[in-house]
Design a binder for this molecule. Sequence first.
Ligand code: PMP
Length: 365
Amino acid sequence: MKRALNFNAGPAALPEEVLAKAQSEWLNIRNSGMSVMELSHRSSIFEDIHHSAIHSLKEILQIPSNYEVLFLQGGASLQFSMVPMNLNAPDKYADYVITGSWSEKALKEAQKIGKTRIAGSGKNDNYTHIPKLDELSVSDDASYLHITSNNTIYGTQWHEYPDTKHVPLAADMSSDILSKEIEVDKFGLIYAGAQKNLGPSGVTAVIIRKDLIHESSHLPSMLSYNIHAKNNSLYNTPPTFAIYLLSLVLEWVKDKGGLKEIEAMNTKKAKLIYKAIDESDGFYKGHARSGSRSNMNITFTLPGEAAEKQFLQQAAEAGFTGLNGHRSIGGCRASIYNAVPYSHCEQLFDFMNAFKDTYKKCGTR
Ligand code: PMP
């Protein structure tokens, strides 16, 4: 069987070892005579899987003991609402840095809940860069400052985070969590939909400092961090299969040597693809400005729609998938999350160079 050269933006490539392990346990997990999906979420086997996923995430990200890890549903999109519902106060403002479509969406939901301000934006520049830290208006009276650490659609990424002092920093890390080492204690809250670096869609990880979890009886139970924290994310039936796969992905990250090794590999992969862009004499144009380039989603255009169409068509014929840009902005995008092997990036590098040379010589095929 030939596996695809998968550059999807999410759901995205999963480590082959993880899929093989899940396959080996498909009909009978830990001698239960059942698949993981058939177990009760209150069974000791599932409890162990759930516990090990939380424990591994804490270990890999070195999450301090004053943080809670929650596994929730509703995707990162539900966090756009839960963050302001739980963290903003009626007499205060929630501040947002807008660096792309996902931060726009996060802000839009927060505006429905309470008062918001924009602390910085890259919109005027078509989101080609992350605002410099000294350009941000970080107010010390905000309930929190929200950022999108990696902009999946535009292909930009924060490489340094703002120092918000006592104001909690809340980050949507959906598309770069576990791609590099971070200092969790710089953040009040981190959330991430799983379907890029953590596992399959259906589970969302929330890492929240315990002092930000408040009594919230005014909120619907399912939207309260307090309820989920008190019940160890088992207030209702959790997405058991997604949490199981997440636990396997976390084991894989540990086997790979942890985030130091993962980060080094991600940098190496990104450098290679950016090299294909930078050394193409302007044939490929990167969207992101240098300094803001993402190591996860590499966005670029070709000279004109016809060239782009041909590029994507020939790429598909060669076994590549997911290289089209997001439907809202077009162009091309290579998403190179943790599970995308270096060898696939090498093949993309070669393909990009060969396509450029042929196109320059012959134009159309
Ligand atoms: N934030 C970011 C940065 C994303 O990339 C995405 C999805 N691609 C979302 C939020 C929305 O996630 P979900 O579909 O899990 O709600």
